[in-house]
Design a protein around this ligand. Structure first.
Ligand SMILES: Nc1ncnc2c1ncn2[C@@H]1O[C@H](COP(=O)(O)OP(=O)(O)OP(=O)(O)O)[C@@H](O)[C@H]1O
Length: 554
Protein backbone atom coordinates (compact mmCIF):
# COMPACT_ATOMS: atom_id res chain seq x y z
CA UNK A 1 0.00 0.00 0.00
CA UNK A 2 1.33 3.45 -0.78
CA UNK A 3 0.15 7.01 -0.28
CA UNK A 4 1.04 7.52 3.37
CA UNK A 5 4.27 8.91 4.74
CA UNK A 6 4.79 7.07 8.03
CA UNK A 7 2.97 4.60 10.23
CA UNK A 8 1.94 4.76 13.86
CA UNK A 9 0.60 1.92 15.93
CA UNK A 10 -2.30 2.47 18.33
CA UNK A 11 -3.05 -0.02 21.10
CA UNK A 12 -6.48 0.30 22.65
CA UNK A 13 -9.45 -1.57 24.02
CA UNK A 14 -12.15 -3.14 21.88
CA UNK A 15 -14.90 -3.29 24.50
CA UNK A 16 -18.10 -1.57 23.41
CA UNK A 17 -20.11 0.68 25.70
CA UNK A 18 -17.18 2.54 27.26
CA UNK A 19 -17.66 6.16 28.35
CA UNK A 20 -18.06 8.68 25.49
CA UNK A 21 -14.90 10.56 26.43
CA UNK A 22 -12.79 7.47 25.60
CA UNK A 23 -14.47 7.14 22.23
CA UNK A 24 -14.01 10.87 21.60
CA UNK A 25 -10.30 10.64 22.45
CA UNK A 26 -9.91 7.66 20.11
CA UNK A 27 -11.62 9.56 17.30
CA UNK A 28 -9.40 12.57 17.93
CA UNK A 29 -6.30 10.38 17.54
CA UNK A 30 -7.72 8.87 14.33
CA UNK A 31 -8.42 12.32 12.85
CA UNK A 32 -4.90 13.51 13.65
CA UNK A 33 -3.35 10.38 12.07
CA UNK A 34 -5.34 10.86 8.85
CA UNK A 35 -4.68 14.62 8.76
CA UNK A 36 -0.91 14.04 8.77
CA UNK A 37 -1.25 11.32 6.16
CA UNK A 38 0.15 8.70 8.50
CA UNK A 39 -1.08 5.12 8.42
CA UNK A 40 -2.86 3.66 11.42
CA UNK A 41 -1.61 0.22 12.46
CA UNK A 42 -3.97 -1.38 14.97
CA UNK A 43 -5.45 -4.65 16.16
CA UNK A 44 -7.97 -4.87 13.35
CA UNK A 45 -11.12 -4.68 15.50
CA UNK A 46 -14.15 -2.54 14.83
CA UNK A 47 -15.55 -2.24 18.30
CA UNK A 48 -14.98 0.08 21.24
CA UNK A 49 -11.98 2.40 21.02
CA UNK A 50 -10.58 0.31 18.14
CA UNK A 51 -13.64 1.33 16.20
CA UNK A 52 -13.26 4.96 17.37
CA UNK A 53 -9.74 5.32 16.04
CA UNK A 54 -9.98 3.21 12.87
CA UNK A 55 -13.36 4.60 11.80
CA UNK A 56 -12.01 8.15 12.19
CA UNK A 57 -9.01 7.41 9.96
CA UNK A 58 -11.17 5.62 7.44
CA UNK A 59 -13.78 8.37 7.31
CA UNK A 60 -11.08 10.95 6.67
CA UNK A 61 -9.82 8.90 3.70
CA UNK A 62 -6.72 7.68 5.54
CA UNK A 63 -4.84 4.40 5.55
CA UNK A 64 -5.59 1.62 8.02
CA UNK A 65 -3.73 -1.63 8.58
CA UNK A 66 -5.44 -4.13 10.90
CA UNK A 67 -3.46 -7.10 12.21
CA UNK A 68 -5.67 -9.95 13.36
CA UNK A 69 -4.55 -13.21 14.97
CA UNK A 70 -6.01 -16.34 13.35
CA UNK A 71 -8.05 -17.17 16.42
CA UNK A 72 -9.98 -13.88 16.17
CA UNK A 73 -10.37 -13.82 12.41
CA UNK A 74 -13.81 -14.18 10.92
CA UNK A 75 -15.52 -13.43 7.63
CA UNK A 76 -16.90 -9.96 7.02
CA UNK A 77 -20.23 -9.35 5.34
CA UNK A 78 -19.74 -8.32 1.73
CA UNK A 79 -19.33 -4.60 1.24
CA UNK A 80 -16.84 -4.30 4.05
CA UNK A 81 -14.03 -1.94 3.09
CA UNK A 82 -11.52 -4.52 4.27
CA UNK A 83 -12.44 -6.63 1.26
CA UNK A 84 -10.61 -4.51 -1.24
CA UNK A 85 -11.86 -7.16 -3.64
CA UNK A 86 -9.46 -9.64 -2.07
CA UNK A 87 -10.01 -10.36 1.59
CA UNK A 88 -13.14 -10.82 3.62
CA UNK A 89 -11.41 -11.18 6.96
CA UNK A 90 -12.30 -9.03 9.98
CA UNK A 91 -11.74 -9.37 13.70
CA UNK A 92 -14.36 -10.86 16.00
CA UNK A 93 -12.64 -9.36 19.05
CA UNK A 94 -15.17 -8.00 21.58
CA UNK A 95 -18.89 -7.69 20.89
CA UNK A 96 -20.90 -5.19 18.84
CA UNK A 97 -20.81 -4.21 15.18
CA UNK A 98 -18.13 -6.18 13.38
CA UNK A 99 -17.02 -3.89 10.59
CA UNK A 100 -16.09 -0.35 9.77
CA UNK A 101 -19.06 1.36 8.23
CA UNK A 102 -18.29 1.20 4.51
CA UNK A 103 -20.81 3.96 3.75
CA UNK A 104 -19.10 6.42 6.04
CA UNK A 105 -15.75 6.90 4.41
CA UNK A 106 -13.35 6.40 1.58
CA UNK A 107 -10.20 5.23 3.33
CA UNK A 108 -7.92 2.37 2.46
CA UNK A 109 -8.19 -0.67 4.70
CA UNK A 110 -5.78 -3.57 4.66
CA UNK A 111 -6.11 -6.59 6.92
CA UNK A 112 -3.46 -9.19 7.62
CA UNK A 113 -4.06 -12.40 9.53
CA UNK A 114 -1.19 -13.75 11.59
CA UNK A 115 -0.77 -17.01 13.47
CA UNK A 116 -0.65 -15.86 17.06
CA UNK A 117 -1.06 -12.94 19.45
CA UNK A 118 2.70 -12.78 19.72
CA UNK A 119 3.10 -12.54 15.97
CA UNK A 120 0.43 -9.83 15.95
CA UNK A 121 2.49 -7.63 18.29
CA UNK A 122 5.63 -8.27 16.31
CA UNK A 123 3.90 -7.40 13.03
CA UNK A 124 2.34 -4.25 14.50
CA UNK A 125 5.77 -3.19 15.78
CA UNK A 126 7.42 -3.93 12.44
CA UNK A 127 4.84 -1.93 10.53
CA UNK A 128 5.05 1.19 12.76
CA UNK A 129 8.13 3.30 12.19
CA UNK A 130 6.89 6.15 14.42
CA UNK A 131 6.30 3.97 17.48
CA UNK A 132 3.22 3.48 19.62
CA UNK A 133 0.30 5.28 21.18
CA UNK A 134 -1.55 3.61 24.05
CA UNK A 135 -5.22 4.60 24.44
CA UNK A 136 -7.26 3.39 27.40
CA UNK A 137 -7.93 -0.35 27.30
CA UNK A 138 -8.00 -3.54 29.32
CA UNK A 139 -5.60 -6.44 29.95
CA UNK A 140 -4.73 -6.86 26.27
CA UNK A 141 -3.82 -3.19 25.93
CA UNK A 142 -1.78 -3.20 29.15
CA UNK A 143 0.08 -6.26 27.95
CA UNK A 144 0.79 -4.82 24.49
CA UNK A 145 1.97 -1.51 25.92
CA UNK A 146 4.29 -3.18 28.43
CA UNK A 147 5.73 -5.65 25.94
CA UNK A 148 6.56 -2.94 23.41
CA UNK A 149 8.30 -0.93 26.14
CA UNK A 150 10.18 -4.06 27.24
CA UNK A 151 11.40 -4.60 23.67
CA UNK A 152 12.74 -1.06 23.62
CA UNK A 153 14.42 -1.65 26.98
CA UNK A 154 16.03 -4.81 25.58
CA UNK A 155 17.13 -3.06 22.40
CA UNK A 156 14.99 -5.35 20.22
CA UNK A 157 13.59 -2.16 18.75
CA UNK A 158 13.76 1.45 19.87
CA UNK A 159 10.39 3.08 19.46
CA UNK A 160 8.59 5.50 21.73
CA UNK A 161 5.46 4.62 23.74
CA UNK A 162 3.13 7.53 24.45
CA UNK A 163 0.08 6.92 26.63
CA UNK A 164 -2.96 9.15 26.24
CA UNK A 165 -3.95 9.80 29.84
CA UNK A 166 -7.68 10.37 29.33
CA UNK A 167 -9.12 11.67 32.61
CA UNK A 168 -6.21 10.18 34.55
CA UNK A 169 -6.78 6.63 33.21
CA UNK A 170 -3.04 5.88 33.08
CA UNK A 171 -2.04 7.81 36.23
CA UNK A 172 -1.93 4.58 38.35
CA UNK A 173 0.37 2.95 35.79
CA UNK A 174 2.66 6.00 35.89
CA UNK A 175 2.67 5.76 39.70
CA UNK A 176 3.49 2.04 39.45
CA UNK A 177 6.42 2.80 37.11
CA UNK A 178 7.68 5.53 39.48
CA UNK A 179 7.46 3.08 42.39
CA UNK A 180 9.39 0.44 40.42
CA UNK A 181 12.09 3.05 39.73
CA UNK A 182 12.18 4.03 43.40
CA UNK A 183 12.51 0.39 44.43
CA UNK A 184 15.27 -0.25 41.90
CA UNK A 185 13.34 -2.54 39.49
CA UNK A 186 13.45 -0.03 36.62
CA UNK A 187 16.47 2.18 35.93
CA UNK A 188 16.22 5.97 35.71
CA UNK A 189 16.81 5.68 31.96
CA UNK A 190 14.03 3.09 31.80
CA UNK A 191 11.63 5.55 33.41
CA UNK A 192 11.79 7.66 30.23
CA UNK A 193 10.57 4.82 28.03
CA UNK A 194 6.92 5.64 28.69
CA UNK A 195 5.65 9.16 28.09
CA UNK A 196 2.21 10.48 29.10
CA UNK A 197 0.10 13.10 27.36
CA UNK A 198 -2.72 14.52 29.47
CA UNK A 199 -6.24 14.66 28.12
CA UNK A 200 -9.53 15.79 29.70
CA UNK A 201 -12.75 17.46 28.65
CA UNK A 202 -10.94 20.77 28.07
CA UNK A 203 -8.74 19.40 25.25
CA UNK A 204 -10.41 16.19 24.11
CA UNK A 205 -10.73 17.27 20.47
CA UNK A 206 -7.10 18.36 20.32
CA UNK A 207 -5.61 15.46 22.29
CA UNK A 208 -5.02 13.41 19.13
CA UNK A 209 -2.72 16.12 17.75
CA UNK A 210 -0.91 16.37 21.08
CA UNK A 211 -0.26 12.66 21.51
CA UNK A 212 0.80 12.27 17.89
CA UNK A 213 3.16 15.25 18.12
CA UNK A 214 4.80 13.72 21.20
CA UNK A 215 5.22 10.32 19.47
CA UNK A 216 6.75 11.96 16.38
CA UNK A 217 9.06 14.14 18.51
CA UNK A 218 10.32 11.12 20.46
CA UNK A 219 10.66 9.05 17.33
CA UNK A 220 12.94 11.71 15.78
CA UNK A 221 14.92 11.90 18.99
CA UNK A 222 15.46 8.14 18.99
CA UNK A 223 16.40 8.17 15.31
CA UNK A 224 18.92 10.93 15.84
CA UNK A 225 20.71 8.73 18.37
CA UNK A 226 22.46 7.29 15.35
CA UNK A 227 24.01 3.92 14.95
CA UNK A 228 22.20 2.26 17.82
CA UNK A 229 18.84 3.02 16.25
CA UNK A 230 17.42 0.64 13.75
CA UNK A 231 14.10 0.09 12.21
CA UNK A 232 12.27 -3.16 11.66
CA UNK A 233 10.56 -1.62 8.66
CA UNK A 234 13.80 -1.80 6.73
CA UNK A 235 14.94 -5.40 6.81
CA UNK A 236 18.71 -5.49 7.04
CA UNK A 237 19.17 -9.19 6.57
CA UNK A 238 18.38 -11.78 3.97
CA UNK A 239 14.81 -11.93 2.71
CA UNK A 240 12.91 -15.22 2.29
CA UNK A 241 11.56 -15.86 -1.20
CA UNK A 242 8.20 -17.44 -1.97
CA UNK A 243 10.07 -20.56 -3.15
CA UNK A 244 11.65 -21.01 0.29
CA UNK A 245 15.07 -19.66 -0.70
CA UNK A 246 16.87 -16.65 0.75
CA UNK A 247 18.03 -13.55 -1.09
CA UNK A 248 20.70 -11.28 0.27
CA UNK A 249 20.26 -8.10 -1.72
CA UNK A 250 23.24 -6.43 -0.08
CA UNK A 251 25.61 -9.13 -1.28
CA UNK A 252 23.69 -9.81 -4.48
CA UNK A 253 23.63 -13.46 -3.57
CA UNK A 254 20.96 -16.06 -2.91
CA UNK A 255 20.72 -19.30 -0.96
CA UNK A 256 18.59 -22.08 -2.35
CA UNK A 257 16.76 -24.49 -0.09
CA UNK A 258 15.58 -27.82 -1.46
CA UNK A 259 11.90 -28.70 -1.85
CA UNK A 260 10.23 -29.12 1.54
CA UNK A 261 13.55 -28.55 3.28
CA UNK A 262 14.11 -26.18 6.18
CA UNK A 263 17.22 -24.08 6.66
CA UNK A 264 19.46 -25.64 9.28
CA UNK A 265 20.07 -22.25 10.88
CA UNK A 266 18.18 -19.01 10.41
CA UNK A 267 19.11 -15.97 12.48
CA UNK A 268 17.44 -12.80 11.37
CA UNK A 269 18.20 -9.32 12.75
CA UNK A 270 19.06 -10.80 16.13
CA UNK A 271 19.67 -8.28 18.89
CA UNK A 272 20.55 -9.34 22.43
CA UNK A 273 21.68 -7.60 25.56
CA UNK A 274 22.91 -9.12 28.83
CA UNK A 275 21.73 -6.08 30.72
CA UNK A 276 19.42 -3.26 29.59
CA UNK A 277 21.78 -0.64 31.02
CA UNK A 278 24.64 -1.60 28.70
CA UNK A 279 24.71 -1.60 24.88
CA UNK A 280 23.54 -4.84 23.24
CA UNK A 281 26.21 -7.56 22.89
CA UNK A 282 24.61 -8.65 19.63
CA UNK A 283 22.92 -6.29 17.22
CA UNK A 284 21.27 -7.10 13.90
CA UNK A 285 22.99 -10.47 13.48
CA UNK A 286 22.08 -12.56 10.46
CA UNK A 287 23.11 -16.09 9.65
CA UNK A 288 21.46 -18.52 7.26
CA UNK A 289 22.88 -21.99 6.67
CA UNK A 290 21.64 -24.99 4.74
CA UNK A 291 22.08 -28.52 6.06
CA UNK A 292 25.50 -30.01 5.65
CA UNK A 293 27.31 -26.65 5.96
CA UNK A 294 30.50 -26.28 7.98
CA UNK A 295 30.61 -22.62 8.88
CA UNK A 296 33.61 -21.03 10.53
CA UNK A 297 32.68 -18.10 12.77
CA UNK A 298 35.51 -15.56 12.68
CA UNK A 299 35.86 -12.52 14.91
CA UNK A 300 38.09 -10.80 17.45
CA UNK A 301 37.81 -11.44 21.19
CA UNK A 302 34.52 -10.00 22.36
CA UNK A 303 32.98 -9.90 18.87
CA UNK A 304 29.98 -11.94 20.06
CA UNK A 305 30.75 -15.44 18.74
CA UNK A 306 30.10 -17.31 22.00
CA UNK A 307 26.98 -15.28 22.70
CA UNK A 308 25.57 -16.12 19.27
CA UNK A 309 26.38 -19.83 19.66
CA UNK A 310 24.76 -19.95 23.09
CA UNK A 311 21.62 -18.29 21.77
CA UNK A 312 21.50 -20.81 18.93
CA UNK A 313 21.70 -23.54 21.54
CA UNK A 314 18.70 -21.93 23.29
CA UNK A 315 20.82 -21.30 26.39
CA UNK A 316 19.68 -17.70 26.74
CA UNK A 317 16.20 -16.40 26.09
CA UNK A 318 15.68 -13.53 23.70
CA UNK A 319 12.90 -12.23 21.58
CA UNK A 320 14.47 -12.11 18.15
CA UNK A 321 14.10 -14.68 15.43
CA UNK A 322 16.47 -17.62 15.96
CA UNK A 323 15.40 -20.80 14.18
CA UNK A 324 17.08 -24.16 13.89
CA UNK A 325 15.55 -26.63 11.43
CA UNK A 326 12.56 -24.28 11.20
CA UNK A 327 11.90 -24.28 14.95
CA UNK A 328 12.12 -21.35 17.32
CA UNK A 329 14.97 -22.35 19.64
CA UNK A 330 13.39 -20.66 22.66
CA UNK A 331 9.79 -21.77 22.35
CA UNK A 332 9.88 -24.98 20.36
CA UNK A 333 13.34 -26.43 21.07
CA UNK A 334 14.61 -28.40 18.08
CA UNK A 335 16.17 -31.78 18.85
CA UNK A 336 19.65 -32.78 17.70
CA UNK A 337 21.48 -29.60 18.72
CA UNK A 338 24.80 -30.08 20.54
CA UNK A 339 26.73 -27.17 22.01
CA UNK A 340 30.30 -27.71 23.22
CA UNK A 341 31.95 -24.76 24.97
CA UNK A 342 35.03 -24.21 27.07
CA UNK A 343 33.10 -23.61 30.32
CA UNK A 344 32.49 -27.38 30.66
CA UNK A 345 36.06 -27.96 31.85
CA UNK A 346 35.59 -25.46 34.72
CA UNK A 347 32.78 -27.50 36.26
CA UNK A 348 34.04 -29.12 39.51
CA UNK A 349 32.15 -32.35 38.66
CA UNK A 350 34.35 -33.02 35.64
CA UNK A 351 37.43 -32.62 37.84
CA UNK A 352 36.26 -35.11 40.46
CA UNK A 353 37.63 -38.62 41.02
CA UNK A 354 35.42 -40.41 38.50
CA UNK A 355 36.60 -43.03 36.00
CA UNK A 356 36.11 -42.09 32.33
CA UNK A 357 34.16 -45.30 31.45
CA UNK A 358 31.64 -44.60 34.24
CA UNK A 359 31.50 -40.96 33.26
CA UNK A 360 30.64 -41.79 29.64
CA UNK A 361 28.00 -44.36 30.66
CA UNK A 362 26.39 -41.81 32.96
CA UNK A 363 25.58 -39.69 29.89
CA UNK A 364 24.33 -42.60 27.76
CA UNK A 365 27.57 -44.02 26.34
CA UNK A 366 26.05 -47.55 26.51
CA UNK A 367 23.30 -46.41 24.07
CA UNK A 368 25.76 -45.28 21.38
CA UNK A 369 28.43 -47.97 21.63
CA UNK A 370 29.60 -47.90 18.01
CA UNK A 371 29.99 -44.11 17.86
CA UNK A 372 31.48 -44.00 21.35
CA UNK A 373 34.14 -46.59 20.42
CA UNK A 374 34.98 -44.76 17.20
CA UNK A 375 35.38 -41.49 19.09
CA UNK A 376 37.46 -43.18 21.81
CA UNK A 377 39.85 -44.29 19.04
CA UNK A 378 39.94 -40.92 17.27
CA UNK A 379 40.36 -38.94 20.47
CA UNK A 380 42.77 -41.49 21.87
CA UNK A 381 41.00 -41.74 25.23
CA UNK A 382 41.87 -44.28 27.93
CA UNK A 383 38.69 -45.55 29.58
CA UNK A 384 40.52 -46.08 32.88
CA UNK A 385 41.61 -42.44 33.25
CA UNK A 386 40.37 -40.67 36.37
CA UNK A 387 38.94 -37.25 35.57
CA UNK A 388 40.76 -35.48 38.42
CA UNK A 389 44.15 -36.84 37.37
CA UNK A 390 44.41 -36.00 33.67
CA UNK A 391 45.70 -33.03 31.67
CA UNK A 392 43.53 -30.21 30.31
CA UNK A 393 43.86 -31.58 26.76
CA UNK A 394 42.95 -35.10 27.92
CA UNK A 395 39.92 -33.73 29.76
CA UNK A 396 38.91 -31.93 26.56
CA UNK A 397 39.10 -35.22 24.63
CA UNK A 398 36.70 -36.79 27.13
CA UNK A 399 34.34 -33.81 26.72
CA UNK A 400 34.38 -34.17 22.95
CA UNK A 401 33.79 -37.92 23.17
CA UNK A 402 30.87 -37.29 25.53
CA UNK A 403 29.36 -34.50 23.45
CA UNK A 404 29.73 -36.15 20.07
CA UNK A 405 28.62 -39.73 20.95
CA UNK A 406 24.94 -39.10 20.42
CA UNK A 407 24.33 -38.26 16.75
CA UNK A 408 23.68 -34.51 16.34
CA UNK A 409 22.19 -32.54 13.47
CA UNK A 410 23.65 -29.17 14.45
CA UNK A 411 26.97 -28.94 16.27
CA UNK A 412 27.96 -25.63 17.86
CA UNK A 413 31.66 -25.70 18.69
CA UNK A 414 33.01 -22.84 20.74
CA UNK A 415 36.81 -23.01 20.73
CA UNK A 416 36.90 -26.52 22.22
CA UNK A 417 39.72 -27.85 20.08
CA UNK A 418 42.24 -25.30 21.32
CA UNK A 419 44.04 -27.59 23.77
CA UNK A 420 44.09 -30.74 21.62
CA UNK A 421 47.42 -31.86 20.20
CA UNK A 422 47.67 -31.38 16.44
CA UNK A 423 47.23 -35.02 15.49
CA UNK A 424 44.06 -35.53 17.52
CA UNK A 425 42.69 -32.22 16.22
CA UNK A 426 43.35 -33.23 12.61
CA UNK A 427 41.65 -36.63 13.08
CA UNK A 428 38.72 -35.01 14.83
CA UNK A 429 38.26 -32.50 12.00
CA UNK A 430 38.19 -35.40 9.51
CA UNK A 431 35.51 -37.10 11.60
CA UNK A 432 33.42 -33.91 11.74
CA UNK A 433 33.73 -33.37 8.01
CA UNK A 434 32.57 -36.93 7.39
CA UNK A 435 29.55 -36.38 9.63
CA UNK A 436 28.45 -33.41 7.52
CA UNK A 437 29.05 -35.21 4.23
CA UNK A 438 27.48 -38.53 5.16
CA UNK A 439 24.66 -37.51 7.51
CA UNK A 440 23.99 -33.94 6.32
CA UNK A 441 24.81 -32.63 9.80
CA UNK A 442 25.65 -28.92 10.13
CA UNK A 443 28.52 -27.35 12.08
CA UNK A 444 29.24 -23.82 13.27
CA UNK A 445 32.75 -23.57 14.64
CA UNK A 446 34.15 -20.51 16.45
CA UNK A 447 37.91 -20.61 16.75
CA UNK A 448 41.06 -18.50 16.75
CA UNK A 449 43.27 -21.38 15.58
CA UNK A 450 43.40 -21.59 11.79
CA UNK A 451 46.21 -24.09 11.39
CA UNK A 452 45.04 -27.07 9.38
CA UNK A 453 41.60 -25.56 8.81
CA UNK A 454 42.07 -24.37 5.23
CA UNK A 455 39.95 -27.11 3.65
CA UNK A 456 37.53 -27.67 6.54
CA UNK A 457 34.89 -24.92 6.19
CA UNK A 458 32.29 -24.69 3.46
CA UNK A 459 31.39 -21.17 4.64
CA UNK A 460 32.87 -18.22 6.54
CA UNK A 461 30.87 -15.84 8.71
CA UNK A 462 32.48 -12.77 10.21
CA UNK A 463 31.40 -10.95 13.36
CA UNK A 464 32.49 -7.46 14.32
CA UNK A 465 31.41 -5.54 17.42
CA UNK A 466 28.44 -7.82 18.02
CA UNK A 467 27.13 -7.97 14.49
CA UNK A 468 27.61 -10.20 11.47
CA UNK A 469 29.22 -8.29 8.61
CA UNK A 470 28.03 -10.91 6.17
CA UNK A 471 24.27 -11.45 5.87
CA UNK A 472 24.71 -14.75 4.06
CA UNK A 473 27.98 -16.49 4.93
CA UNK A 474 30.71 -16.42 2.32
CA UNK A 475 31.25 -19.68 0.39
CA UNK A 476 34.67 -21.11 1.09
CA UNK A 477 36.75 -21.30 -0.98
CA UNK A 478 35.23 -18.14 -2.43
CA UNK A 479 34.63 -18.50 -6.16
CA UNK A 480 31.65 -16.34 -7.08
CA UNK A 481 32.18 -12.59 -7.56
CA UNK A 482 29.87 -11.55 -4.69
CA UNK A 483 31.85 -13.68 -2.23
CA UNK A 484 35.24 -12.59 -3.53
CA UNK A 485 34.16 -8.95 -3.23
CA UNK A 486 33.08 -9.51 0.38
CA UNK A 487 36.51 -10.77 1.48
CA UNK A 488 38.85 -8.22 3.09
CA UNK A 489 42.05 -7.24 1.24
CA UNK A 490 45.30 -8.57 2.69
CA UNK A 491 46.83 -5.99 5.00
CA UNK A 492 50.17 -4.62 3.75
CA UNK A 493 51.85 -5.79 6.98
CA UNK A 494 50.94 -9.38 6.07
CA UNK A 495 51.71 -9.39 2.32
CA UNK A 496 55.08 -11.09 2.70
CA UNK A 497 54.02 -13.64 5.25
CA UNK A 498 53.57 -17.19 4.13
CA UNK A 499 49.98 -17.55 5.31
CA UNK A 500 47.27 -19.95 4.19
CA UNK A 501 44.45 -18.17 2.31
CA UNK A 502 42.15 -18.77 5.28
CA UNK A 503 44.53 -17.30 7.82
CA UNK A 504 45.13 -14.39 5.45
CA UNK A 505 41.41 -13.60 5.34
CA UNK A 506 41.01 -13.97 9.10
CA UNK A 507 43.96 -11.75 9.86
CA UNK A 508 42.78 -9.07 7.43
CA UNK A 509 39.32 -9.06 9.04
CA UNK A 510 40.77 -8.83 12.53
CA UNK A 511 43.06 -5.95 11.55
CA UNK A 512 40.07 -4.06 10.12
CA UNK A 513 38.06 -4.91 13.25
CA UNK A 514 40.70 -3.38 15.49
CA UNK A 515 40.63 -0.08 13.60
CA UNK A 516 36.82 0.10 13.56
CA UNK A 517 36.59 -0.83 17.23
CA UNK A 518 39.15 1.82 18.23
CA UNK A 519 37.15 4.46 16.32
CA UNK A 520 33.90 3.39 17.97
CA UNK A 521 35.42 3.33 21.44
CA UNK A 522 37.11 6.71 20.93
CA UNK A 523 33.66 8.21 20.28
CA UNK A 524 32.74 7.08 23.79
CA UNK A 525 36.00 8.47 25.22
CA UNK A 526 37.53 5.05 25.74
CA UNK A 527 41.06 4.05 24.83
CA UNK A 528 42.74 0.64 25.01
CA UNK A 529 46.45 0.02 25.56
CA UNK A 530 48.89 2.30 27.37
CA UNK A 531 47.53 5.54 28.76
CA UNK A 532 50.58 7.79 28.33
CA UNK A 533 48.76 10.99 29.20
CA UNK A 534 47.65 9.76 32.62
CA UNK A 535 49.21 11.12 35.77
CA UNK A 536 50.55 8.82 38.50
CA UNK A 537 47.63 6.78 39.74
CA UNK A 538 46.68 6.06 43.35
CA UNK A 539 47.53 2.43 42.71
CA UNK A 540 51.07 3.34 41.55
CA UNK A 541 51.58 5.61 44.57
CA UNK A 542 50.39 2.85 46.94
CA UNK A 543 52.53 0.06 45.49
CA UNK A 544 55.64 2.18 45.15
CA UNK A 545 55.37 2.61 48.93
CA UNK A 546 54.25 -0.90 49.92
CA UNK A 547 55.71 -3.13 47.20
CA UNK A 548 54.88 -6.62 48.44
CA UNK A 549 56.51 -8.27 45.42
CA UNK A 550 59.89 -7.27 46.87
CA UNK A 551 59.29 -9.64 49.77
CA UNK A 552 58.27 -12.62 47.65
CA UNK A 553 60.96 -15.29 47.30
CA UNK A 554 62.00 -15.62 43.68
N1 LIG B 1 27.83 -12.27 31.18
C1 LIG B 1 28.03 -11.15 30.47
N2 LIG B 1 27.55 -9.97 30.92
C2 LIG B 1 27.73 -8.83 30.21
N3 LIG B 1 28.38 -8.78 29.04
C3 LIG B 1 28.88 -9.92 28.56
C4 LIG B 1 28.74 -11.16 29.25
N4 LIG B 1 29.33 -12.13 28.51
C5 LIG B 1 29.83 -11.51 27.42
N5 LIG B 1 29.56 -10.19 27.46
C6 LIG B 1 29.94 -9.20 26.44
O1 LIG B 1 29.41 -9.62 25.19
C7 LIG B 1 30.35 -9.36 24.17
C8 LIG B 1 30.53 -10.62 23.33
O2 LIG B 1 31.16 -11.62 24.12
P1 LIG B 1 31.43 -13.07 23.57
O3 LIG B 1 31.90 -13.92 24.69
O4 LIG B 1 30.24 -13.53 22.81
O5 LIG B 1 32.62 -12.79 22.53
P2 LIG B 1 33.48 -13.81 21.69
O6 LIG B 1 33.46 -13.33 20.28
O7 LIG B 1 33.05 -15.21 21.93
O8 LIG B 1 34.93 -13.57 22.30
P3 LIG B 1 36.18 -14.57 22.50
O9 LIG B 1 36.82 -14.71 21.18
O10 LIG B 1 37.04 -13.81 23.45
O11 LIG B 1 35.67 -15.85 23.09
C9 LIG B 1 31.63 -8.86 24.83
O12 LIG B 1 31.71 -7.46 24.63
C10 LIG B 1 31.45 -9.14 26.28
O13 LIG B 1 31.99 -8.11 27.05
Amino acid sequence: MSGFTDSICVFCGSSPGVKPEYMAAAASVGHAIAKHNYRLVYGGGSRGCMSGVSQAVFEAGGHVLGVIPQVMATTAPSGHPGHGGKSTVVSKEGTGPTVLNPEAGSGHVETVVVQSMHERKQRMAEESNLGFIGLPGGYGTFEEVMEMVTWTQLGIHRKPMVLLNVNGFYTPIKQQIDLAVEEGFISKAGQQLVSLVECDSSNIDACGEAVLAEAVRLSKEVASNGSGYWDWNKPQGPVSTAEGGIIDNAANKSLQVGDGEQLAVEVSNLTFTFNPDIPPSLERCNLSLTRGSRCLLIGANGAGKSTLLRLLAGKKLCDSKVRVFGKDVFRDSPSGVTYLGTEWAMNPVVRSDIVVSTFLDSVGGYRHKARRDRLLDILDVDLTWHMHAISDGERRRVQLCMGLMEPWDLLLLDEVTVDLDVQVRADLLDFLQQETEERGATIIYATHIFDGLQSFPTHLAHMRLGTTTTTLPIDWPATNPADIAALPPTASADKDRDLSPLLNVSLAWLREDKVVRAEEEAKRGRVRGANRKAETTDSERFFSKYDYSQTVTR
